[in-house]
Structures are given as structure tokens and as C-alpha cells.
Design a protein around this ligand. Structure first.
Ligand code: ZN
Length: 76
């Protein structure tokens, strides 16, 4: 299978953009600003490692209550 280099570059660019977008969301939520989930429009909240260990196996990070947004914080 041949890899279309143009497609590959576009894919890389797209994931880079969403990475930057996620980082922006994380910054806002940590700063206490209200950010809505782009998918379900529910407010996002910060789940700390302390909270996540007591919760049912959820990872710490930025989440919405429906779970469509689930950003891990290991890159911050
Ligand atoms: Zn959501």
C-alpha cells in the first residue's frame, strides 16, 4: 500500500490542531472558566487524580458528564 504523503501531512496537521485546541480548553477549565463540550454542550469539569481514584476507574483529566470529551492531562 502506498502512503499518500499529502494526505499524511494533512492528517498530521489536523491532529496538531486538535491537540492545540485541547490544550486551550484545558487551560481555560483550570483557570476556572466555563467551557462547554463541543459535542453535547455540557460544561466541562476537571477531574483530579484524587477524585478519579475514588470514582469508578475514571482517568483524571477534563471531562464532560456524558463522556464525549475526555482529555488526559499528562501532556500539560
Ligand atoms: Zn460531551
Amino acid at each position: 500500500m502506498n502512503i499518500d504523503l499529502k494526505q499524511f501531512a494533512a492528517l498530521q496537521k489536523a491532529s496538531k490542531n486538535s491537540f492545540a485546541k485541547q490544550k486551550q480548553i484545558v487551560k481555560k477549565v483550570i483557570a476556572g472558566q466555563e467551557v462547554l463540550c463541543p459535542t453535547c454542550q455540557q460544561p466541562l469539569y476537571l477531574l483530579t487524580p484524587e477524585q478519579s481514584t475514588s470514582a469508578s476507574g475514571e482517568n483524571s483529566g477534563i471531562r464532560c458528564k456524558n463522556g464525549c470529551t475526555d482529555i488526559q492531562l499528562d501532556f500539560v
